[in-house]
Design a protein around this ligand. Structure first.
Ligand code: SF4
Ligand code: SF4
Length: 314
């Protein structure tokens, strides 16, 4: 597909994505991402995937979308802003990452991507597509760069010039051709190293990867056993995720808060006091977190982590 009609159809698909609530959309030509293979393999062989054993599987498919959807020609990449100024109010409570305040983004994004696919099928009835969100099967950050959404910062996250890095990436593979965006070629981190300098556990490597064995975000989410005292010394009350390397990033200053009500923090979570955290029971945990990403951590482990993190607040 080439020329004016392709441009017109592509624009209408992008408009549809924005009308579904996505904040960003870019379109890349599918290819095998050869240049990422070595860096990923080195990272994994060094054990830096930590508890994420699933990253050892399907390694070939990760670099080649056509293994995930035979005949893939196009990778649509969407961004959904989750930045918010409305956060937990108390300054002595366990901290939850912004992305986990509201409903689980996996479902929100997949639903929107599937709606987008239906729209595309209304134009190309024979088109086939497959949606991914936060899936280990595909290199989402690399595709966001390919689709021109931004560059991969030194903290490993994709940074967009308007939205910063607090956005979820969604991927829709298609077996049809569209009009493609240019990959983002610049590195706008420059000489900055604030994320590396401020990471309390020194988890950020020089090659824009993160050591999951040290990273607070990985440990608080992926570890299947409760955290131990020695591990949480530098967690500074973080009990689910960590936003430090994003909060210090100059590209995240003065960014717009999202307007997705399903991602808002609840009033109860926003106001929750330390004693309420310490007496959290299963019923309240389920009421507060059942529909959020926090539900990935079992209640028993989450409860123990709260106690451990609060007894080592610095
Ligand atoms: S999320 Fe936190 S612990 Fe992980 S790399 Fe960023 S600052 Fe370090
Ligand atoms: S803090 Fe600085 S080095 Fe790190 S991602 Fe942001 S701009 Fe890049």
């Amino acid at each position: 597909m080439a020329g004016e009609p392709a441009k017109y159809v592509t624009e209408s698909i992008k408009e549809k994505a924005l009308s579904l609530g996505f904040d960003l959309v870019g379109i890349a030509r599918s290819r095998r991402l050869l240049e990422y293979e070595n860096i990923f393999t080195e990272w994994r062989l060094a054990g830096m995937n930590g508890n994420m054993n699933y990253l050892q599987k399907n390694t070939d498919a990760r670099f080649d979308p056509s293994i995930l959807l035979p005949g893939t020609r196009t990778v649509i990449v969407t961004g959904l802003n989750y930045y918010t100024d409305i956060i937990q109010e108390q300054n002595d409570v366990p901290l939850i990452s912004r992305y986990a305040f509201g409903n689980d983004y996996h479902f929100i994004i997949k639903n929107k991507l599937n709606e987008l696919l239906l729209y595309i099928k209304s134009i190309f009835p024979d088109a086939r597509g497959k949606a991914f969100c936060d899936s280990s099967a595909i290199l989402e950050k690399a595709w966001a760069v390919e689709a021109g959404l931004g560059w991969q910062g030194k903290n490993s996250l994709v940074i967009n010039e308007s939205f910063g890095s607090f956005f979820f990436i969604g991927i829709l593979l298609l077996d049809i051709d569209l009009d493609y965006d240019e990959p983002f070629h610049e590195d706008k981190c420059g000489s900055c190293s604030l994320c590396i300098d401020h990471c309390p556990v020194r988890a950020i490597n020089k090659n824009r990867t993160v050591d999951a064995r040290k990273c607070i975000s990985s440990l608080t989410i992926e570890k299947k056993e409760p955290l131990i005292r020695e591990e949480v010394q530098k967690f500074n009350r973080r009990v689910f995720g960590c936003d430090i390397c994003q909060e210090v990033c100059p590209w995240n200053k003065n960014i717009k808060s999202h307007n997705h009500p399903e991602l808002y923090i609840s009033d109860v979570l926003r106001k929750m006091k330390k004693n309420e955290w310490l007496t959290l029971d299963r019923q309240k945990y389920e009421k507060l977190f059942r529909h959020t990403p926090v539900a990935r951590v079992r209640f028993e482990i989450f409860k123990k982590n709260i106690e451990t993190v609060l007894s080592n607040p610095a």
